[in-house]
Design a protein around this ligand. Structure first.
Ligand code: F6R
Length: 247
């Protein structure tokens, strides 16, 4: 893993945003679309803010960008303020020139009967778009990437999963109490993530230091799904100082 430590998350996020901008421009110059894998949560907020700035102030266009989000709570209405659809619109899509038909986020309203077929179709849509060029990731304190909690194997694909109690606890504040946090989610699998051509994993703050150390230096195990990133050839890990203190 290519580990880069920055003075703070703002600097790291600007660097990551500039790598994305460069990729979009290179792809554009070849007449190709860029397929981005996106994450939610607090980690990518500064990165999305910088992408918005690059769009507004430096003319970066997302007209030829296709996106796939990693996950969505289940069940979840896209209108809910807790939905990742809402999060992505508020923090990115409403402020750039992306075509909403090129945006893909797992559908938290699909019925239990249809969910397996739906997940297979999400996976198929990613391959039909040519696969993910660049996947953004954060890491949960359980060692999850996407919502691939402990016990998620390296070859898992998009599916419905049960959230770890620690993940629900970490989400409780936003939901006004742990009881309001959904118990399930639809997530791209570890295998779906590992198929991406390039991955940028970001982690900020001392709360992530211990799990970041396990991800980078621990043995590869389904008990810490983020360790599977060690098996990928093109992963950049962007850390702020605090997140790097246990390395
Ligand atoms: C979000 C996701 C999660 C988060 C992780 C870290 O789409 O897939 O894996 O990246 O839970 O969350 P934050 O960034 O809020 O610390």
């Amino acid at each position: 893993l290519d580990v880069r430590v920055f003075v703070d998350k703002e600097t790291a996020s600007k660097e990551a945003a500039s790598a994305i901008a460069q990729l979009i421009k290179t792809k554009n110059s070849k007449g190709e679309k860029t397929v981005l894998g996106l994450a939610t949560g607090s980690t990518p907020l500064q990165l999305y803010a910088e992408l918005i700035r690059l769009h507004k102030e430096e003319g970066l266009s997302f007209k030829n960008v296709i996106t796939f989000n990693l996950d969505e709570y289940y069940p979840m209405s896209p209108q809910s303020e807790h939905s990742y659809v809402h999060f992505m619109k508020e923090n990115l899509f409403n402020h750039i020139d992306i075509e909403m038909e090129n945006v893909n986020i797992p559908d938290g309203t699909i019925s239990k009967e249809e969910v397996n077929d739906y997940c297979a179709s999400y996976e198929k849509k990613i391959s039909e778009a040519g696969g993910i060029d660049l996947q953004l990731l954060g890491i949960g304190r359980t060692g999850h990437i996407g919502f691939n909690e402990p016990d998620s194997d390296w070859n898992t694909l998009t599916r419905i999963v049960t959230l770890d109690p620690l993940t629900r606890k970490d989400a409780a504040k936003g939901f006004g109490g742990i009881d309001n946090v959904p118990t399930e989610a639809i997530t791209m699998g570890v295998g779906s993530i590992l198929k991406s051509k390039k991955i940028i994993m970001m982690a900020w703050g001392e709360g992530k230091a211990s799990i970041v150390n396990e991800m980078i230096n621990g043995i590869v195990t389904d008990q810490v799904p983020a360790t599977y990133l060690q098996l990928h050839q093109n992963v950049a890990v962007y850390l702020d100082r605090e997140a790097s203190t246990a390395l």
